[in-house]
Every structure is written in C-alpha cells, then in structure tokens.
Ligand binder design. Structure first.
Ligand code: NAD
Ligand code: DAU
Length: 350
C-alpha cells in the first residue's frame, strides 16, 4: 500500500482532491495534513471521514520539527501539496503570513521529503499545486503558457512564485522528483465565501450589496473544482518529473459579466423579479495591484496527458449555485464568528 500525503486537504480544492483519491484508490493510504485555519473545515469531508484508507492529521507545515517527525513516522511515497494561504485580499492586509505558510511551509516539506527519501527516489513524487497568478497579468491579448516568464504582483502570487522556484531548485540541486501545475480560478462546492463566487451567491441570497472592485472589468478564467481535482489525479500519476502543466477551463469571463449572469440565475432560482438581484451591485474601491486578466493555455495537458474540462461553465455555475442554496447550514457555520470581523474590515470599513 502506498502512503500519500495531501496537505491542505480540509480546504476548498484539497477536500475535492482528498475525496477523489480516497474513493478511487482503496490501495492508497491518504493522509490529510491541515492546520485548520479559517479556510480549513473538516465538515468538507464528512462523507469520507470514516473510510479505512483515510487519516486526518492536524498540524502546521511551518513547524519544521513536526513535519520531519511526521515524514519519519509515515514514510510517504508521494506528496500532493495544496496547503497555502490562498486569498489575495488577505495577502494585502497581512503579507508575512503568506511568506511563512507558502514559502517556508513548502521548504519544510521539501526538506522532509529529501531527508526520508534519501536519494532513493524510485516511485516517489512531490507534486506542488500552484496558480496562474505567478505569471502576472495579461492585456487584452495573449495567454499564459508553461513558458511564460514569472511576474507576480500580489504578496500572494509572489509567495506562490517563490515556492515554485524552491520546488524546481530542489529538483535541480538535489534531484528531488517534483512536478508543478499552475491552475486558473476554481469555482464549485465548499469554497470559503471570501472568494468572488461563493461570496456573491451568499450576498445575493441575503439581499446584501455585491462589492465589485473597480469597474468590474478584470477577467478571470474559470474552472470547475472537480475538473481541477481530476487534472491533479492525472498529473500525479502520469505527469513527467520536472515538468510544469497549466490547468484551465478555456473559459474567460469579465467579472461584471459573470456577476450579472449569477444574478440572473439567482433571480430565477429564488423566484425574484428579473433584474432584482442586479440592483445589489455596488462598485467599490479597486483591489491594490489588481491583475487585469488571466487566461490559461492548457493545451500541453490535453495533448500530453489527455485531460480536458468535463463541464461547460453554464452547467457548472448552475450546479454550484444549487449547492450553496442547498447547503445553508455549511454556509452559516463558516460565516459565523471570525468571518464577521473579516467582512467588516474588508468591506464595511474600506
Ligand atoms: P483554501 O484557502 O480553501 O485552503 C487552504 C487549506 O490549507 C486550508 O484547509 C487551510 O487550513 C490549510 N492551511 C493553511 N495554512 C496551513 C499551514 N500552515 N499548515 C497546514 N495547513 C494549512 O485554498 P484553495 O483555494 O483550496 O487552494 C488550494 C491550493 O491551490 C493553494 O495552494 C492555492 O494556491 C492553489 N490554487 C487555488 C486556486 C483557486 O482558484 N482557489 C487556483 C489555483 C491554485
Ligand atoms: O487565478 C487563480 C487564483 O484565483 C488562485 O490562485 C487564488 O487562490 C484564488 O483566490 C483566485 O484569486 P482571485 O483574486 O482571482 O479570486 P477572487 O475570488 O478573490 O477574485 C476574483 C475576481 O473578482 C478578482 O478580479 C477580484 C474580484 N472581486 C473579488 C472579491 C472577493 C471583486 O470584484 N469583489 C470581491 O469582493
């Protein structure tokens, strides 16, 4: 039996990856290591928590001694590293936290893998999950390929770029077998409502204003989270050591168009008069250093490993809105307590 470490498995994308691996690979022991920050939530994994090939470990990747001991004890065969501070706005108000978790945390994992694998790398793989934001911002034309030079602008993307560089440096310097993927914006179930899609669904439902940064003209390339999880499965098993794979949905939306589309769907689902939810749109001060446009070219992944997104966006966003409407209890739990403080700091006192 192989033992696979998934970090950040109680978060949005990580919980989908853990679920997929636990259900699909009964021959793997899946260890989910998560600090359970505000973004980590074991309620995301209730359906698989009692499976015999699953174990949850609460811990911090910044704690190097704890990480060394865990690797010594579990002797992982593979690592899928998702744990991170992931929200751009929080990286603007508290950049240092992003350096600790995203940079130092990643280096701690690399050190521990290097130590226990001890130059015996056969069958081992360190898979680092990164973001398209490391490539910077596009104008109206162009698309990010795996060869696009790094040009991060936010403390979040700078910390992710730094961690990507460390992963490559450990391959080049120590031979540590790694692979990296850079994905575009995900949407779907279990996403913490600080990010655009779940935040706006929740606000529309509760008749709260929809805080659109700037003029709403920024463009993002949206991918259904379960398609990302499948891509991670394919890359973990088939991806070539030393390679980078871009993952994306070929699905660009201007923020304001996406928001209006969500308003229209929600009007229908909530049986509101057409146009009612759009009245909640409020233009607020722009995000500092706000990247204009992201667009991912995922052709390499399609041509070399045969992965393609399974869902059209129209279907994915309907499913996503349905999920949040049906899972009111989940939403109420994650928006109680500290969330209220965050919301006030981010939106009310701007
Ligand atoms: P998330 O914020 O929902 O989840 C992050 C998880 O990491 C949480 O469960 C949290 O508790 C855990 N964590 C944070 N700090 C930790 C620490 N010090 N030690 C252990 N665990 C810790 O994030 P997400 O949106 O699921 O993103 C997961 C990964 O995918 C991140 O690396 C992110 O950069 C990357 N990514 C995200 C997107 C997206 O659209 N959300 C797109 C591309 C790449
Ligand atoms: O591109 C991949 C990245 O996508 C991931 O690496 C990040 O972890 C993830 O958070 C996401 O980053 P973004 O900054 O693109 O996502 P966010 O949902 O925060 O914002 C999407 C767009 O919507 C962005 O242009 C900012 C805008 N926005 C966001 C919020 C939260 C608003 O206009 N108002 C808001 O209140």
């Amino acid at each position: 039996m192989k033992t696979i470490l998934i970090t950040g498995g109680a978060g949005f994308i990580g919980s989908h990856v853990v679920r997929l691996f636990v259900n699909k690979y009964p021959g793997y022991k899946i260890v989910n290591l998560d600090k359970l920050t505000y973004a980590g939530n074991l309620a995301n994994l209730i359906d698989i928590e009692n499976k015999t090939n699953y174990e949850f470990v609460k811990g911090d990747i910044v704690d190097s001694e704890f990480i060394q001991n865990l690797f010594e004890e579990k002797k992982f065969d593979g690592v899928i590293h998702l744990a991170a501070e992931s929200h751009v706005d929080r990286s603007i108000s508290n950049p240092t936290e992003f350096v600790f978790t995203n940079v130092i945390g990643t280096v701690n994992l690399l050190n521990a893998a290097k130590h226990i694998w001890n130059n015996n790398f056969t069958g081992k793989k360190f898979y680092h999950i990164s973001t398209d934001e490391v490539y910077g911002s596009l104008g109206e034309e162009g698309i990010f390929t795996e060869k696009t030079a790094y040009d991060p602008h936010s403390p979040y993307s700078a910390s992710k770029a730094s961690s990507d560089h460390f992963v490559r440096a450990y391959l080049d310097t120590f031979g540590l077998p790694s692979v990296i993927s850079n994905c575009s914006n995900n949407y779907g179930s279990f996403q913490f409502p600080e990010k655009l899609v779940p935040l706006f669904i929740n606000n529309i439902k509760n008749n709260k204003s929809l805080p659109v940064y700037g003029k709403g003209e920024n463009i993002r390339d949206w991918l259904w989270v379960e398609d990302h999880a499948v891509a991670i499965d394919v890359i973990f098993h088939e991806g070539k050591i030393g390679e980078t794979y871009n993952i994306g949905g070929f699905n660009e939306w201007k923020n304001i168009d996406l928001i209006r589309a969500m308003c229209r769907i929600m009007d229908r689902k909530l049986k509101r008069i057409a146009g009612e939810s759009e009245k909640l749109i409020t233009y607020v001060k722009d995000r500092a250093g706000h990247d204009l446009r992201y667009a991912i070219d995922a052709t390499k992944l399609k041509n070399e490993l045969g992965w393609e997104p399974s869902l059209q966006f129209e279907e994915g966003i309907e499913k996503t809105i349905d999920w949040y409407l049906e899972n009111e209890k989940w939403m109420n739990n994650v928006t109680s307590g500290d969330y209220q403080k965050y919301y006030k700091q981010q939106y009310v006192k701007r």
